[in-house]
Design a protein around this ligand. Structure first.
Ligand SMILES: Nc1ncnc2c1ncn2[C@@H]1O[C@H](COP(=O)(O)OP(=O)(O)O)[C@@H](O)[C@H]1O
Ligand SMILES: [Mg+2]
Length: 315
């Protein structure tokens, strides 16, 4: 990897996933801060509509990339807004889509199911745009709670199957192709999409898939708490991630109670947590396991984020 030559720079992607409230945003923000301090130009992206990155850094971030400090940039994609932008383009096209039925594509391109899928498409479109910007050494991605994030990550497969089918059928209906051009990401060209462009689109999707499944380029971290529900949920996400060939490298057990001999309740609770950590070590033995303590204060502001990265330790 050559980080010095910007033309040869290969961006690394770090995803943080897990149930709501486990500490994804805090750990993603702490990791991004850490990378930036090591001199790597880092972009932190959130798709959380609650805008919690702004809370983590105690500064308004918003929908445009903002420089937080040297080498550290952040952006909060508002999924609802992204969907609105898409819907404006889509609404007039939806009726025409009934034509898909005659092409036998309705199973892969579910018209009724299109609307709920739009948020992933819109978010994925935005993500791809950042993903293909060559200027970043690292992009850290603070994802929505796992279920949502997994659907989002499966999108390349879905798109690939539509596109593959379209190419196979050698579609010559330029009207139809125009519909796809508007629905799919990368639809910014004004010209008609011909076979060559469909091939190019498929290549871009393939590239995104390749990057997302390449452990040298993509690190996927699952964040969990030492609690049964959190462990079960992480196991489920791991099996789905495996299906999509997404390489998980690390599991972080967050919010572990520190020792507190003066407090009976805390001591008991900590003992229970330590038992769960043993279970986590067994179940996730293939992964690097890190742990972080529960702090008295919330993880807000640069100082607390730094403290969180410093206290991340091997489990
Ligand atoms: N190790 C920790 N110690 C103390 N508070 C934490 C810790 N990790 C996360 N928090 C707090 O818990 C809440 C949820 O964390 P957050 O990172 O927003 O989780 P998620 O993004 O998974 O929903 C936030 O208020 C955050 O400051
Ligand atoms: Mg969050």
């Amino acid at each position: 990897m050559s980080l010095k030559n910007p033309l040869k720079r290969e961006t690394e992607y770090h995803f943080f996933s897990g149930k709501g409230g486990v500490g994804k945003t805090s750990l993603a923000a702490a990791a991004a801060l850490d990378f930036s301090k090591k001199g790597r130009k880092t972009l932190l992206i959130s798709v959380d509509p609650a805008h919690s990155l702004s809370d983590s850094f105690e500064t308004k971030i918003g929908g445009e990339i903002k420089e937080l400090q040297k080498n550290l940039f952040a952006v909060e994609i508002d999924p609802a807004k992204a969907v609105e932008e898409y819907k404006e383009v889509l609404t007039p096209q939806l009726e025409k889509m009934s034509a898909l039925k005659s092409l036998g594509l309705e199973d892969t391109f579910d018209i009724a199911g299109m609307t709920p899928g739009i948020d992933e498409i819109a978010a994925f479109d935005k993500f791809l745009r950042y993903m293909h910007q060559k200027e970043w050494d690292i992009i850290v991605f603070d994802t929505a709670p796992t279920g949502h994030a997994l659907r989002f990550l499966s999108l390349p497969d879905v798109l690939d199957s539509w596109v593959g089918k379209i190419i196979k059928m050698k579609m010559q209906f330029s009207g139809m192709i125009n519909i796809f051009k508007k629905v799919l990401p990368f639809g910014d060209s004004e010209e008609d999409v011909g076979g060559a462009q469909l091939e190019a689109m498929k290549e871009r999707i393939e590239e995104a898939k390749k990057i997302l499944s390449n452990p040298k380029r993509t690190r996927y971290t699952i964040v969990l708490n030492p609690e049964t529900m959190s462990i079960l949920e992480s196991e489920r996400s791991l099996s789905v991630l495996r299906e999509y060939h997404i390489p998980v490298s690390t599991v972080i057990v967050n919010q572990i109670l520190p020792e507190n001999p003066g407090c009976g309740f805390c001591t008991e609770k900590r003992a229970l947590q330590l038992k769960k950590i043993e279970i986590i070590k067994e179940k996730f033995s293939k992964f690097k396991i890190l742990q972080a303590p529960l702090f008295r204060q919330e993880v807000k502001g640069i100082e607390m984020l730094e403290k969180l990265s410093k206290q991340l330790s091997p489990s």
